[in-house]
Ligand binder design. Structure first.
Ligand SMILES: O=C(O)CCC(=O)C(=O)O
Ligand SMILES: [Fe+2]
Length: 304
C-alpha cells in the first residue's frame, strides 16, 4: 500500500500520477492536492492591507471595533436545514474570545433562509467584482487550479435551477487562536440542505488558499487531515470531543498540511479534519470554498 500523503507541489505532480486526481480525493486514496505558490506572498500581503483599508477586516494591533464584535462568528457554529437556531459541530465548554470574520456568503451560516442567502450571495458577487476589478483575483486562481485538476469537467460557481448563484468563495480571518476542532463538512450528511442544488453532489471537497498564517513561538496554525471518512459511527466521537482517542484506538493515519501564504490545498470534507488554533499576533486568513463533485456529472459546483 502506498503512503497516504498529499500530492504536491504542482498540478503536474497530480495529473502525471493520476488520470483524474479529483476521483482520488473522492475515494479518499490521497489526503490532499497541494499547489505551492499558487499566488505570490506579495499578492497575499497586498490584499490583506486593502481589506483592512476597506474596513472589511480589522487590524489586530487595534481594539476590536464594535461592528466586528457584532458580526464575529463563534467557533464550531453552523445551522442545520431550515433551523434558525445554530448547532455546534462540537461541544465547546466555554465561550471563548476567539473570533472569525467572514467576507462573503457562507451557506453553512446563512443557508437556513434560502432567499436571504441568495440575496446576500448576489451582494458578495458585487463586492468581489469591485474588490478585484483592478487587482489580481485569488478566486480566479483557485478556480483555474481546480479546472486543471478536474481534467474533463467544467468548474462553475454553484447556482440554483433559476440561475441564481451562491457566493463564489469566502475570505475568512481567524483571530485569537480560533480553532476548527475535528469535524467534517457536508451539505448532505451534516447540514441536510435538501432544498439546495449542491445537495445533489455525491462528494464535497474544500479548496483553501492561505493568505496569512498565524504564528506564535514559531508554531503556525495548519490543517490536519485524518484518514477517516465520516460515518454515523464516528459521529459520537466528534460530538464528545474524543476523536483523537478514537483515531489512536483505531490507528488512523493523519497528515498535517503545512502551507505558506499563497499555497492552496484541496481535500475531501467528508474526511475528518481540523485546524488547531495558534493565538499569534496576526490572524490566520484564508480564501475558502466548498466544491461539489460527482463522477457522472460534467459540472463541478463551487460555493462558500
Ligand atoms: O481553513 C482551513 O484550512 C479549513 C477550514 C475548515 O475546515 C472549514 O472551514 O470547515
Ligand atoms: Fe471543515
Amino acid at each position: 500500500m502506498t503512503a497516504w500523503i498529499p500530492i504536491e507541489p504542482n498540478i503536474e505532480a497530480a495529473t502525471s500520477q493520476f488520470r483524474f486526481p479529483l476521483e482520488e480525493l473522492a475515494a479518499g486514496t490521497i489526503p490532499a492536492l497541494v499547489l505551492r505558490n499558487a499566488w505570490s506572498a506579495e499578492n497575499c500581503r497586498n490584499l490583506i492591507t486593502r481589506l483592512i483599508a476597506a474596513d472589511l477586516l480589522y487590524d489586530p494591533q487595534q481594539p476590536i471595533p464594535e461592528k466586528f464584535q457584532q458580526q464575529s462568528i463563534p467557533e464550531g457554529y453552523f445551522r442545520e436545514g431550515k433551523n434558525s437556531v445554530p448547532s455546534l459541530a462540537w461541544t465547546e465548554q466555554k465561550i471563548s474570545g476567539k473570533s472569525r470574520i467572514d467576507i462573503g456568503s457562507s451557506l453553512g451560516y446563512r443557508g437556513s433562509d434560502q432567499e436571504a442567502f441568495l440575496v446576500h450571495s448576489a451582494e458578495t458577487h458585487q463586492l468581489f467584482n469591485r474588490l478585484f476589478a483592478d487587482h489580481p483575483n485569488p478566486i480566479q486562481v483557485l478556480y483555474d487550479a481546480l479546472q486543471a485538476y478536474s481534467v474533463n469537467k467544467q468548474v462553475v460557481t454553484a447556482r440554483e435551477p433559476d440561475g441564481r448563484q451562491y457566493g463564489p468563495a469566502i475570505i475568512r480571518a481567524h483571530y485569537g487562536g480560533y480553532a476548527y476542532k475535528p469535524h467534517f463538512d457536508s451539505v448532505r450528511l451534516r447540514e441536510k440542505r435538501d432544498n439546495y442544488a449542491v445537495h445533489e453532489f455525491e462528494h464535497q471537497f474544500a479548496g483553501v488558499l492561505v493568505l496569512q498564517n498565524s504564528t506564535a513561538d514559531g508554531n503556525t496554525a495548519q490543517g490536519i487531515l485524518h484518514q477517516c471518512l465520516w460515518t454515523p459511527e464516528v459521529d459520537p466521537h466528534l460530538k464528545s470531543g474524543q476523536f483523537h482517542q478514537y483515531a489512536s484506538d483505531n490507528q488512523l493515519a493523519s497528515v498535517e498540511v503545512e502551507l505558506q501564504p499563497g499555497d492552496l490545498y484541496f481535500f475531501n470534507t467528508r474526511g475528518i479534519h481540523e485546524v488547531p488554533g495558534v493565538a499569534g499576533d496576526l490572524p490566520r486568513i484564508v480564501l475558502a470554498t466548498f466544491i461539489g463533485f460527482s463522477s457522472d456529472r460534467d459540472e463541478i459546483f463551487v460555493w462558500s
